[in-house]
Design a protein. Structure first.
Length: 76
C-alpha cells in the first residue's frame, strides 16, 4: 500500500535561508513581494520569484528612509 502523494511534490516549494541554510517552505498563498521569515533564525525575506523560488533578504529596507546615504552619480 505504498502510495506516493503527488500533490506533495507540486506544493513543496522551498527557499533556502542564506544565514542558517535552512529550508523555508513557500506556501501556496504567498505571492511575489510577500514577506516571509525563516523559521530557524528569523531572517526576513521578500519573495522575488516563486518559480523558481528566489528570496531576497529584507536588509534593503534600511536604505529607504535615508536617501542621502546612497547617492547615485552618473559619471559621464
Ligand atoms: Zn535561517
Amino acid at each position: 500500500m505504498a502510495k506516493i502523494n503527488k500533490q506533495q511534490k507540486d506544493r513543496g516549494r522551498f527557499g533556502k535561508c542564506q544565514i542558517c541554510l535552512g529550508y523555508i517552505p513557500i506556501e501556496y498563498y504567498f505571492g511575489i513581494g510577500d514577506e516571509i521569515s525563516c523559521y530557524e533564525c528569523g531572517t526576513v525575506y521578500f519573495i522575488e520569484s516563486k518559480d523558481p523560488v528566489q528570496l531576497k533578504m529584507s536588509e534593503d529596507r534600511y536604505i529607504e528612509d535615508d536617501d542621502s546615504s546612497e547617492m547615485i552619480f552618473e559619471d559621464n
